[in-house]
Structure formats: C-alpha cells, structure tokens
Design a protein around this ligand. Structure first.
Ligand code: PMP
Length: 351
C-alpha cells in the first residue's frame, strides 16, 4: 500500500475472487462458471468488422442491448440498466440507495462482496443470521426501514426463496429499496423480474456470467422501476459512461437470440447437479437442496479445508470458505457430467 492511499481506504479488505491458477490444467469447479461455451451467434457477433469498430466509442446509452433485454423480460427499455458484470450493478445499487445513513440489511451467509461495498461506502451493515439449516426467514426482513440485499438463490448456500416470499419482503418495506441478486436464478429459481412492474422499490439484478456462459465478457443488468434505473444511470454517467464495451454489447444481444441453447445448457447442468448430489449423498455427504449451478456440501468428521486441499492436489479445484458456520463445507460448481465423474473419482480416492 502506498502512503498516498486516501484515508479510510487503507483499511479496506477487498473481495477475493475464486482462484484462477495457471500452474496446471485443473478440473475447474471453483468459480461457478459454465462448462459450456457461449452460443454460436456470440462468436459470430465478435467479427472482424466489430474488431475494426473498436476505434470508436460504443453507445453509452446501450440502446440496442437495452431494447433486446427489455423485449426478453417484457419490460420497457427505461426499466433496464446494463453494467460491467452484475458486480458493477450491485456496486452502483449500494452507492445509489444505501448511503443515506440508514444502513443495509443482508444475510450473514451470502455473497461476500456485499460487506466490501459497505466498507467502501461507510454503510452500516445489518447482518441477519440465516437459520440453523441456512435458510432465510423472510419475516426477519419485514419493516426494516433499510435497503435490503438478498441473493436469490443464495450463494454459497444454493438455497432459494420463492417469489411469494420475496414479494412479502418487498411489500413489508415500502420505504426501502429491495435488491434481489438473481445471478443463479436460471438453474431452477423463481425470478422476481415480473414483480418489478408492480413494486417501485424492487430492483432485480442478473448476469450473463453463469447461465449465459459469458463470465469473461463482463455483462450484468438490473431491472426495475424507471426512477430506480435513472439513479443507476446517474452514477454510471458520473463515473464511467462507457461501462459496457461495444464487443460485449454485441455479444449480449446475440446471446438473447439463442435462448433455446442456454435453456438446454441449464437443463443439462441441473440434471448433472442432481446426479452429483446423489453420488455425494451415497458417499455420506450432507448436500443442501440446490437451485443453482453449484452444490454446498459437507461430510461429518471431515475437515472442509482438507477436502479442498486434497482435491486440489489431485487436479480438481473447488471453493472453500474459511468462515464461521461454513468451515466444514465446500462449494462445488457443476461442470459437465465427465468433469463431475472426475471430481467424484478423486473424492473417493481422497476419502
Ligand atoms: N452475485 C452473486 C451472488 C455471485 O455469486 C456473483 C459471482 N461472483 C455475482 C453476483 C457477480 O457476477 P458477475 O459480476 O460476474 O456478473
């Protein structure tokens, strides 16, 4: 750290992404990436003409992409914000709706970026413990008079609230923004996008990084009431008007034209997930019922970190969180059936 790093920033502990080691070829099940490539139209959209067009600035208004997303989700373009990954949409949401001194509420076990934004913007975090079984009690979020952020389905637990449960929370907090982070919703969750038409305090955030196989392109979006979206636009035009690059915008439009391809991938991943969960249970693991592209599992009497380490030595990467309540667990991204069979084989060897 330099002596010039300003004030309280020197005390920030930044978010740690899943490792991307290059020392050997791993079966990589640690970052919830898709094992499948983007659809053919995405590669075609990144053509030579688009490469030549890189000399020009892209469309800061993201008109084409917003129109395509609006059509896909049955909302207006004024209800869509596009971002450099959903992390950026979350960043702007914390900055826009949570820096008024009332604080932000989120679960103790959830996406570990939320507390980082709180640190960054000096937002007080109201951390609400999930229940013993790691599920969230919607009533804990009623009448909070604070911004609320919920990953649904949740990470790293893989558990989901129903749309009705989320609606209950949104209704019970008419004076606060409720942000629903739906990064994993396409793997069996119930999306709350449709509710945004009825509730001006609901913002739903999604990403191309998981179900649409585009983590490296960095594309996320938020859907909500036009006034909420306008706030995010104000932040964007006050920081980085060209936040989504022109190649990514083209790729994002192309992907929406091949929804069947992505639906089939999600179906395959959900099937492989159920297969893997079954095999893990046969090996004595407790596996949470997942609505995501990953499993959260532990085996009594086995140290979570040791499982992670043993698998890494055998060429399989999963994710372990050295955190209270979940130290015994590992998060295992669902890859192809072949990758999961290698994972299971190495795990049996380890056990
Ligand atoms: N929300 C959750 C719950 C996540 O797990 C992730 C992935 N790390 C993100 C948001 C961010 O994804 P991205 O920025 O790639 O869209």
């Amino acid at each position: 750290m330099s002596k010039f790093f300003s004030g309280s920033l020197s005390r920030l502990s930044p978010y740690t992404p899943g490792e991307q080691p290059k020392d050997q070829q791993y079966v990589k099940l640690n970052a919830n990436e898709s094992p499948y490539p983007p659809s053919p139209g995405v590669a075609a959209a990144l053509n030579a003409q688009e490469a030549a067009n890189l000399r020009l600035y892209g469309d800061a208004a993201a008109k084409e992409l917003k129109a395509a997303l609006a059509k896909q989700y049955g909302v207006g373009p004024e209800n869509v914000f596009v971002a450099n990954g959903s992390d950026e949409a979350l960043n702007f949401a914390f900055l826009s709706y949570a820096t008024d001194g009332r604080g932000v509420a989120f679960a103790d076990l959830t996406y570990s970026f939320y507390p980082v934004f709180c640190d960054l913007y000096h937002i007080e975090a109201n951390i609400i413990p999930v229940k013993e079984d790691f599920s969230l009690d919607p009533k804990d979020y009623y009448g909070l008079h604070q911004t609320i952020v919920i990953a649904n389905p949740n990470a790293p637990t893989s558990l989901a609230l129903s749309r009705d449960q989320v609606e209950g929370i949104v209704k019970a907090n008419p004076d606060s923004v409720v942000v629903i982070d739906e990064a994993y919703v396409d793997f069996g969750g119930e999306s709350c996008v449709a509710l945004t038409r009825a509730y001006p305090n609901l913002l739903v955030i999604q990403t191309y990084s998981k179900s649409r196989s585009m983590a490296g392109a960095r594309l996320g979006y938020a859907i909500g009431d036009a006034a909420l979206i306008q706030d995010l636009e104000t932040i964007k035009f006050s920081t980085n008007p060209f936040n989504v690059n022109s190649l990514t915008m083209k790729a994002g439009v192309a992907a929406l034209e091949e929804q069947d391809y992505y639906d089939a991938n999600c179906k395959a991943i959900m099937e492989t997930r159920e297969y893997t969960a079954g095999e893990l249970r046969k090996l004595g693991f407790a596996v949470l019922p997942s609505k995501t592209n990953f499993l959260f599992a532990k085996k009594d009497g086995m140290d979570g970190a040791a499982i992670y380490q043993g698998l890494k030595e055998r060429g399989v990467l999963i994710r372990h969180f050295d955190k209270d309540r979940i130290r015994d667990y590992n998060r295992i991204t669902i890859g192809t059936k072949e990758q999961m069979d290698i994972f299971l084989e190495k795990l049996r060897e380890l056990l």
